[in-house]
Every structure is written in structure tokens, then in C-alpha cells.
Design a binder for this molecule. Structure first.
Ligand code: FES
Length: 142
């Protein structure tokens, strides 16, 4: 084997031996990101939720989330509190059982449905649950 053949042989061998590792790295990255988007994400603790009956996590892994309820509530409600009108953060009014936008007065029901404009779209909603001391949410469309 001359020098050129040796380099060619070595080069091909190196690529062939590296390929499965490179493929495995790519596929594990892909599957872990898919798993992450489908997983329940912790957004806070039951202690934080129970203090006021709501929990705002502005920087959760799936974006801003506002959870309404307590750890004793059988069904927690969770929405993306970003107003679909112009992007202000809506606030939960427990007396009126309404999400109210402080910017232009849009109102949304606890399930995110639009009650009053100027917004024209509902709030995006999430599934929410308590597990141990953690409040978890999951995007419906992931
Ligand atoms: S930004 Fe919410 S009503 Fe305008």
C-alpha cells in the first residue's frame, strides 16, 4: 500500500467508524427535544400556588404560564397569559372568575375563551396538574 492509498483507506475507515456515533448523537438530540416538548414541565410549587390561588411562571420551558387553582382543586386551569390583542399579560380576577387584560380591557373565561374584546382570539390553554410539591403543565399541541 503506497502512501496515497494508505491515507485514502485510513480516511474512509475513520468516516465509517465515526458515522454511527454521529448518527446516534443526532438522533438522541432529536428524540430528547421531542420528549421535552411533550413532557409535563414544572412551573412552580404547590406552596406558591396555594398562597394566592394562582401561579405565574413568565419564563417556563413552554413560555409564560398562569395557573389558577390550589393544590386541593380537582381541576387546575392554566393559560398562556399573553393577551392575543397586543401582548399584555392578563391578570386573574378570582371574584369575577375572569382573566382581565389591564391594557385595553379584554376579558377571558377560566378556560381561556374570549368573553369581551378588543381581543379577537381566546387565550392559549395548557393542561395542568399537581405532582408531589410541584405544579406541572403541558402544552396541548406539542
Ligand atoms: S393587549 Fe389585551 S386588550 Fe389590548
Amino acid at each position: 500500500m503506497n502512501r496515497r492509498n494508505f491515507i485514502t483507506f485510513f480516511g474512509v475507515g475513520w468516516i465509517a467508524s465515526s458515522l454511527p456515533v454521529a448518527l446516534a448523537a443526532c438522533s438522541s438530540e432529536k428524540s430528547s427535544s421531542q420528549t421535552t416538548s411533550k413532557d409535563w414541565q414544572p412551573v412552580g410549587t404547590t406552596g406558591e400556588l396555594d398562597k394566592t390561588g394562582q401561579l405565574l411562571a413568565k419564563n417556563s420551558p413552554i413560555g409564560p404560564v398562569l395557573v389558577v387553582g390550589t393544590s386541593k382543586t380537582s381541576h387546575l386551569n392554566a393559560v398562556d397569559p399573553t393577551c392575543p390583542h397586543q401582548g399584555c399579560t392578563v391578570e386573574w380576577q378570582s371574584d369575577a372568575k375572569t382573566f382581565l387584560c389591564p391594557c385595553h380591557g379584554s376579558e377571558f373565561a377560566i378556560d381561556g375563551k374570549l368573553k369581551k374584546g378588543p381581543a379577537k382570539e381566546p387565550l392559549k390553554i395548557y393542561a395542568a396538574k399537581v405532582e408531589g410539591n410541584s405544579v406541572l403543565v403541558m402544552s396541548h399541541n406539542s
